[in-house]
Write a protein that binds this ligand. Structure first.
Ligand code: TYM
Length: 387
């Protein structure tokens, strides 16, 4: 067809008029010709995906794949920072891959790959670390939280940075905080910058890492006097970044918090978890302020239910007629509407090893194409040159 002689605008029109099917290989070329913006995001392989992963990230992955040049990966190198059991790590990678596919990421539209299948990432991680300060890494909230967990010390108090640093450096403990945990943000920045991604759909908890990525990109560009790395932004279709709360009354939903609803939870388990969610004694007077555990249930309801249902329960709270049991039943039903189709597909996908292998091999090939180009140029810029 004559499509290659058309300009970008005409290609888009051609695709539209001819009801162009984006699910073929030709559309990949079209993506690149049309210079679609590059989207990239990943999830660590640390177990099953939960509602936080879904609403913070995965749901957007599926929506974005029809619009942009999308690249979604499984962050197995990041998972290594917590020294997982090797068998479990591998099983986890496979499980997340199957959950990506079951949730609707289409390998004909998006590039799906495993982080460790792109060795260029490891080399660029070394190079970029030369422009990253230990101090800025130590001040990262996620590092402080994870290091505290490693050392078995309680949650952070205000202004105790000095004591914390002493504990990390000090020899009084036989526990150690590994250097991979400290340089976690460098590795994440590399994932993004090596693909020159400009849009990174992530939940609220990852915004500090994105801010660091932008800072590293700016620093590199200005140090070498180049306009090489773009500055990536979080992307949630114009809405604020999402923080999905846990069911235990405070904080966010997270695997290490043990407060998760997993996409693959069966209906009985899921209902039990929701029915056990922390609540309070209920409003005593009309229009009472809403406590954190109840606000969290409303947040979950807002994510999973219709605006009419949310209004119904908020009104019932305001006039003191609310029954938390009913609210939880409604919530469990609405969550199941989202998770059931995913849960029902996962096992079939998991059983098809050949298919999974094909998806990630092809994904790795595509991800390496851009990664090797970026790395070669970066080496050149930094003065690592061949004779
Ligand atoms: P991870 O595995 O902790 O989380 C994966 C995604 O799920 C989102 N998320 C949440 N969103 C809202 N509410 C929650 N309770 C919640 N819990 C998790 C996270 O924000 C994230 O989007 N460092 C990343 C993985 C990563 C990455 C990257 C992401 C590595 N390299 C490059 C983007 C680009 C992480 O820890 O994800």
């Amino acid at each position: 067809m004559c499509v290659f002689f058309l300009n970008k605008k005409n290609i888009a029109t051609f695709a539209h008029i001819n009801n162009f099917n984006p699910t073929n290989h030709f559309s990949e070329h079209l993506n690149r010709i049309m210079d679609k913006e590059i989207v990239l995001s990943g999830i660590r392989s640390t177990g099953n995906l939960h509602l936080g992963n879904y609403y913070g990230a995965l749901r957007n992955f599926v929506r974005l794949q029809d619009i942009y040049d999308c690249n979604f990966f499984i962050a197995d190198l990041h998972a290594l920072t917590t020294n997982p059991d090797p068998q479990q790590l591998h099983a986890s990678v496979k499980q997340i891959l199957a959950e990506y596919l079951a949730a609707g990421i289409d390998p004909e539209k998006a590039t799906i790959f495993i982080q460790s299948d792109v060795p260029e990432v490891a080399e660029m991680y070394l190079l970029l670390n030369m422009h990253v300060g230990i101090g800025e890494l130590m001040r990262t909230t996620s590092f402080k939280d994870k290091a505290r967990k490693c050392l078995g010390i309680g949650p952070a108090k205000d202004d105790d940075d000095e004591a914390f640093e002493k504990q990390i450096i000090g020899a009084e403990t036989n526990k150690r905080v590994n250097a991979g945990l400290l340089t976690y943000p460098t590795l994440m920045a590399v994932d993004i910058l090596i693909q020159k991604a400009t849009k990174v759909p992530v939940g609220k908890d990852q915004e500090q890492h994105l801010e660091l990525t932008r800072r590293f990109a700016r620093r590199f560009n200005s140090f070498y006097g180049v306009d090489f790395f773009p500055e990536p932004q979080n992307f949630n279709f114009g809405a604020a970044a999402v923080k999905v709360p846990g069911l235990d009354g405070s904080g966010k939903m997270g695997k290490s918090e043990g407060n998760c609803i997993y996409l693959v939870d069966n209906p009985k388990t899921l209902k039990k978890k929701v029915m056990r969610a922390v609540t309070d004694e209920g409003p005593k007077e009309p229009n009472s302020p809403v406590s954190e555990p109840i606000a969290n249930l409303f947040s979950l309801l807002e994510l999973t239910s219709t605006p009419e249902i949310v209004k119904q329960y908020k009104d019932a709270y305001a006039d003191c007629s609310i029954r938390y049991g009913d609210l939880k039943k409604q919530l469990a039903e609405d969550i199941l509407k989202v998770t059931t189709p995913i849960r029902e597909r996962v096992n079939d996908i998991l059983a098809d090893e050949d298919y999974l292998r094909k998806v990630v091999n092809r994904g790795a090939e595509k991800a390496r194409e851009r990664a090797s180009k970026t790395l070669a140029e970066m080496r050149q810029i930094m003065g690592i040159r061949r004779f």
